[in-house]
Design a protein around this ligand. Structure first.
Ligand code: PRP
Length: 172
């Protein structure tokens, strides 16, 4: 396993993203909407770095494909707790890969009378994008590597790692 971004590098980038987002959301009591499970650490760090009044909720989405990547069919495992009407929603993702998950979520949010919806993703892999959907704010743009750590998993393992790491052939 090799480190792609260290915990220190991630924290610096999270601070930069927070500095960019803070003026947009100060005094708006935004709803940080994390997409479980992979976003849980990024959301926790971003919420603290923003250091403004905000609320937090989570959705969990399931996609059905060949098991290694999301396919066109996505559905809610868990929806938000409270109505989104009039809310400034900041979707928080760990990674946007093919874009199926984000497209489904954004199309769902479009019917909920939000005041605004923006998306921040810690990582994106533009080389794998199938759909014309992209996050408004991105931490790091990466090539087509399988990454774990900082919330991201392989078979539910490695989520706790403080760094974002690339799995190599002998890491299983
Ligand atoms: C990951 C990630 C995104 C999605 C992106 O979730 O958190 O939600 O895949 O892929 P896409 O752009 O190809 O749709 P995953 O399904 O691995 O679930 P997890 O967050 O619970 O690990």
């Amino acid at each position: 396993m090799r480190v792609l971004y260290s915990g220190e590098e991630i924290q610096r980038r999270v601070e930069e993203l927070a500095a960019e987002l803070r003026p947009l959301y100060a005094d708006r009591n935004p709803l940080l909407l994390g997409v479980l499970k992979g976003s849980f650490i990024f959301l926790a760090d971003l919420a603290r770095a923003l250091a403004i009044p905000l609320e937090v909720d989570f959705v969990q989405l399931a996609s059905y494909g060949d098991g290694t990547e999301s396919a066109g069919f996505v559905r809610f495992e868990r929806d938000v707790e409270r109505p989104l009407q009039g809310r400034h929603v900041l979707v928080v993702e760990d990674i946007v890969d093919t874009g199926h998950t984000l497209r489904f979520l954004l199309s769902t949010l479009a019917s909920r009378q939000t005041a605004s919806v923006r998306v921040v993703s810690l990582l994106e892999k533009p080389s794998r994008r199938c759909l014309a959907v992209r996050p408004d704010y991105v931490g790091f743009t990466i090539p087509d590597l399988f990454v774990v750590g900082y919330g991201m998993d392989l078979a539910e393992g490695f989520r706790h790692l403080p760094d974002i790491c690339v799995l190599e052939a002998d890491d299983k």
